[in-house]
Design a protein around this ligand. Structure first.
Ligand code: HEM
Length: 146
């Protein structure tokens, strides 16, 4: 993957404004509510019987933070996302059996959460860079399925 200096700048400047404690839980909650079949992967997380139950579920919040921290690693290693995600990809493929299509959904929801967070600073250029970033992340996480 080639990143232009503008793309790198756009990805990094947005990431500096991300609050993992807030956007992590929000993104995962939105995924679980909007695409309810994703709930079945998190059978150990307890009550997900309603949107409020999901939003207030501490395991969902903790896991949302964990996922966004892992995304932060990708932001810090834009030129080696496949490498840093090799183990994580194997985990999702061979242990968790997550359908890789769900990575796309997670990426789409994250872009929406960031757009809301940034408002007018979420320019079309920023969107384009982030759509590319979440696509590269999804592709890297899908590697371990081969
Ligand atoms: C676990 C990252 C998307 C399902 C994890 C862990 C990380 C992670 C860092 C913890 C691994 C560990 O404990 O060693 C990511 C990233 C994603 C992503 C960066 C995409 C941007 C998804 C999606 C699903 C999913 C879309 C399902 C819809 C799971 C499950 C676990 C897990 C079920 C284990 C949770 C537990 O029981 O603690 N993921 N993930 N992940 N992920 Fe993902």
């Amino acid at each position: 993957v080639h990143w232009t200096s503008e793309e790198k700048a756009a990805i990094n400047s947005v990431w500096q404004k991300v609050d993992v404690e807030k956007e992590g839980p929000e993104t995962l909650s939105r995924v679980l509510i909007t695409y309810p079949w994703t709930q079945r992967y998190f059978a150990t997380f307890g009550n997900m019987s309603s949107p409020a139950a999901i939003i207030n579920n501490p395991k969902v919040s903790a896991h949302g933070k964990k996922v966004l921290c892992a995304l932060g690693e990708a932001v810090s290693h834009l030129d080696n996302i496949k490498g840093i995600y090799a183990k994580l990809s194997e985990l999702h493929a061979k242990t968790l059996y997550v359908d890789p299509y769900n990575f796309k959904l997670f990426g789409q929801v994250l872009v929406i959460v960031l757009a809301r967070r940034l408002g007018s600073a979420f320019t079309v250029e920023v969107q384009a860079a982030w759509e590319k970033f979440v696509a590269v992340v999804g592709a890297a996480l899908s590697k371990g399925y081969q």
